[in-house]
Design a protein around this ligand. Sequence first.
Ligand SMILES: [Zn+2]
Length: 563
Amino acid sequence: MKQIQDQLFKVAIYLRLSKDDGDFSSAENGKSESNSIHNQRELLMAFLAKHPEMELYDEYKDDGRTGTNFDRPEFQRMMDDVRKGSVNCVIVKDLSRFGRDYIECGKYIEKIFPQLGVRFISINDGFDTRAAGSADSIVIPFKNLINDSYSRDISIKVRSNLDVKRKNGEFISNFAVYGYEKDPENKNQLIVDEDAAEVVRDIFKWKIEGLSPNRIAGKLNGLGILSPMEYKKARGSKFKTEFKTNGKALWSHVAVRRILKNEVYVGVLVQGKRTTPNYKTKKFIYKNESEWVRVENRHDAIISRPQFDLVQQLLREDTRASSEKTEVHPYCGRIFCGDCGAPAVRKTAGSCGRQYVYYVCSANKANRDVCSKHSIREDVLDKVVLATVQRQIEVILDMDRAMQQIEALSWEKAEIKKIDANIEYQSQVIEKNNALRLGVYEDLRAGILTKEEFLTLKEEFMERIDTAKQLIEQLTSDKSGIQHGLKKQQSWLSGFREYKNISEISRIIVVNLIERINIFENAEIEVVFRQRDQFADIMSFLEEQEQKKAAKGAIPFPGLEVV
Ligand SMILES: [Zn+2]
């Protein structure tokens, strides 16, 4: 056994703040003061001051990291220092700072640290591996278990709430798909938007007549029909989606294909295509088709089933693969021909010091009949993309400001107050019916009620209690939806502040912000930004707040995902 009694301890103090835990580093509301980084540090430093045998080696701070996994940069850096031998004692404020995953936490505390000869101290839990061996080693897994189920609990509640809505065939997305609109009477119901539906019917008809998605897009543009995005704009959304450079967003083969493949047009509502695998992972995964929540005949069909199936077959027949190279210039893998959809290739031309770089459609390179050249110089592209990104960032920061303001507005408080009042009322319902239930039991014993009457009444009271309990659960999750949904969106938007003053296009910016760039023969450039859905969600959220303010409103919150 190692002699650690007289040893000098080289200490790592580990701090963590997580949004999942309801702690916010930016929070000025003082709500989570007890867990703020500042607070954790103070406690840990005070502890060190009392222990002369301990010497601070470094502080490791994961800000805004979830405790449900150990994939945290500073935690990993600390482990590296542990393995190097620079650190032989790890101290945290409490176990939940360390992690919220029972098995993983246990692995570190009970296996990895002992093997590496590292002492682990959790101050508020009064836990110290050097003192362990007694009852503590039983307490630890138990506490870990509680931390773990706490995380799981939050996540499952919100999920199941959304799942129920999906299974009822309620439309919970914030936007109606092109061809439909939300029923003004019931925002969970889609109704046919005749103008757009007519266009959808044409698109299917033309595909069956043999036109490619690209030709269909061209035809629609030729006829001056507004693309879905422009159409939505034209029908008046206040917050403009600036996901486009010059002029108007045209129809693209991508948009056409998306329509041709969407089962919504035969009256099927397909939702829940993606999910997070569990509360420990933040990444979205796409579910198998068999797991999608499909509800048939939920709304009127625009396209008949046989027509739809035929189109699917046609689309399968003309699938083709696109080739790609791996060369890392800023736009690598992100530039496409806007007309045929093929990737663009980067080329260098010129001579004697007057070299320049340009992009051309790769389909044209392969076969001149397939597509035209679409040549565009990189320096031109740089300017346009930079201007577009700068404008996009401005829009995002505007949204950010709007979202920050929303917190200050009193309607949110009013909303929460209303829910609280309702929860309070439902609790009273439970209490009252419990009392009634006891009352009828007394009556039964006193011979006032027959057994049958007693059972009927008892059942009725139980039912009321159950209903009230369910309502409370629902209301509670609605409430966390209001708070977490807003804060999550706010902090996500704030993340874009670092791009505020960009002056040139780098690979990092392209990778983080841009999904694809389409170049067109008429030298138009379209920049398609990533995470459009998320921005769209926020925009519709903001719009809804506007409306709500106007209506002094009773509209319930939309299904904001808080996973
Ligand atoms: Zn092309």
